[in-house]
Write a protein that binds this ligand. Structure first.
Ligand code: ADP
Length: 442
């Protein structure tokens, strides 16, 4: 195909040659007349085809592309080629999109794409079913207008998406969903909803079983413990040589009672889906009392006390359940004391409890100079009954459930636990609370 400029140039040159020739054989007027008439016809021809092109653009269809004449034949041929490629690409794209739609519809999980301002851009039929959405009517609506669950709304705005979030379906109270938000591209989010109903049922059965067993064991153990205590206290009831065995029996019953109490606490917290009590907690005074309890524990476990320092931001308070959070702070501080031996009289154990703001989050931190933990254990410490050193845990009255309780209470408060430690140097346990729970005192 020749360049259009060449063809147009050749045509004009031919016109000029014809006009010059007419001048030679006739006169200048005839030559100018022939030249201008031909030029007019040439321009009219272009206008004619331009009109065709414009009409085609108004309703572009491959089969309606005009054939054209001269230069326009080339132009329309190029357009035809371009449109054919375009149609082929479009068909390919459509079939890829169709396959993608089929694949996402076949997924048991629901997918929703949210814009940077949390409006629904697209979702799969499963997401429509699970979350009660309708893409036709809900497209471009804010997701919070459709999922009006306060836990979900705070999960969305707190931007702590590392952990999934459990949502009870309001359309079907028996359905439990696990929601995970994944940020991508330009502040957009992918919401994945996973139906957890069956798993949740098994989990509820497991929790109920543990709670029932613990309840059933509590009464007989209290009776056995009570009788043992009475026998030990009763003058002459226990022969002297049996006394150490009775003391051991009493110690073991006490240990079992502590385990049962912790198991009951854990199953109560786990099965509690209600928002924790959101009262404002005076953190400086709560932490002062935790420090006092810690000093008492340190004294009862060791002859030499630990140095327990408290560094508190006096204006920083928190909203949440006072009882639950006291249990978190006490557990972490008592662990620091129990795993910081003070055998060396010249070097007492150092424990620092701190409470302050860091990067917009509120951080409760307990740092000890204790035995430390090997890196490979750290991820498993919050599992039930996971203990690095069983005998030390037992000797100091541990149940192996303290950190599980801590973890669950923190999840209920949208907070997280971070642990860093070095063997033989010490450990740092940090509970990190989101902005939404912070209250600054005046
Ligand atoms: P336990 O009742 O056994 O202390 P926890 O759940 O509180 O149970 O802790 C789990 C395990 O984590 C402990 O057995 C111990 O091995 C380890 N651990 C917890 N806190 C500390 C700490 N401050 N220093 C060293 N090890 C710790």
């Amino acid at each position: 195909m020749q360049d259009i400029r060449w063809k147009a140039g050749l045509f004009i040159c031919a016109l000029i040659v014809i006009a010059l020739f007419s001048w030679l054989v006739s006169d200048v007027t005839t030559a100018l007349l022939i030249f201008s008439t031909s030029l007019l016809v040439y321009i009219a021809n272009h206008i004619f085809w331009l009109q065709h092109l414009q009409t085609w653009f108004k309703k572009p269809a491959l089969k309606d592309i005009p054939e054209g004449l001269g230069l326009w034949e080339d132009v329309f041929n190029l357009l035809l080629k371009y449109e054919r490629n375009n149609t082929a690409n479009q068909t390919q794209l459509n079939s890829a999109l169709e396959r993608f739609n089929l694949a996402t519809s076949a997924m048991p999980d629901g997918l929703v794409i949210l814009s940077s301002s949390n409006e629904i851009e697209w979702c799969t039929p499963n997401a429509e079913n699970q979350l009660g959405l309708d893409l036709k009517t809900d497209k471009n609506l804010p997701i919070v207008n459709l999922i009006r669950n306060s836990h979900f709304i705070s999960y969305l705005y707190n931007e702590q998406y590392h952990e999934p979030f459990k949502l009870k379906s309001w359309r079907n109270p028996d359905m439990v969903l696990e929601i995970q938000l994944i940020p991508f591209a330009d502040n957009q989010k992918l919401l994945i909803s996973h139906d957890m109903t069956q798993l949740e049922k098994v989990d509820v059965m497991r929790r109920d079983f543990i709670a029932n067993v613990s309840h059933e064991l509590r009464t007989p153990l209290t009776v056995v413990g009570g009788f043992l205590e009475t026998l030990i206290d009763m003058e002459g009831a226990v022969p002297d040589k049996l006394k150490p065995y009775f003391a051991m029996m009493e110690e073991q019953t006490l240990r079992m009672r502590r385990i049962i109490e912790d198991l009951l606490t854990l199953s109560t917290i786990e099965s509690n889906t209600e928002e924790p009590d959101n009262s404002q907690i005076d953190m400086p005074s709560l932490l002062k009392s935790v420090q006092n309890d810690a000093l008492g524990l340190s004294q009862s476990l060791n002859k030499i006390k630990h140095n327990i320092r408290l560094v508190v931001d006096p204006k920083l308070n928190l909203t949440g359940s006072m009882d639950e959070l006291r249990s978190v702070f006490s557990n972490l501080v008592s662990n620091a004391i129990r795993y910081t031996p003070t055998n060396n009289a010249d070097k007492p154990g150092e424990i620092e409890i701190s409470w302050g703001l860091q990067g917009g989050e509120a951080i409760f931190c307990v740092k000890d100079s204790g035995i430390g933990i090997e890196q490979r254990h750290i991820d498993r410490l919050t599992e039930r009954f996971y203990r690095v050193d069983r005998s030390r845990s037992r000797e100091t009255g541990g149940t192996g459930l303290g950190l599980s309780i801590v973890k669950h209470i923190l999840i209920r408060h949208q907070a997280k636990l971070e642990i860093s430690s070095e063997l033989g140097v010490g450990s740092t346990f940090s509970a990190i609370f989101p902005k939404s729970r912070i209250v600054q005192a005046k």
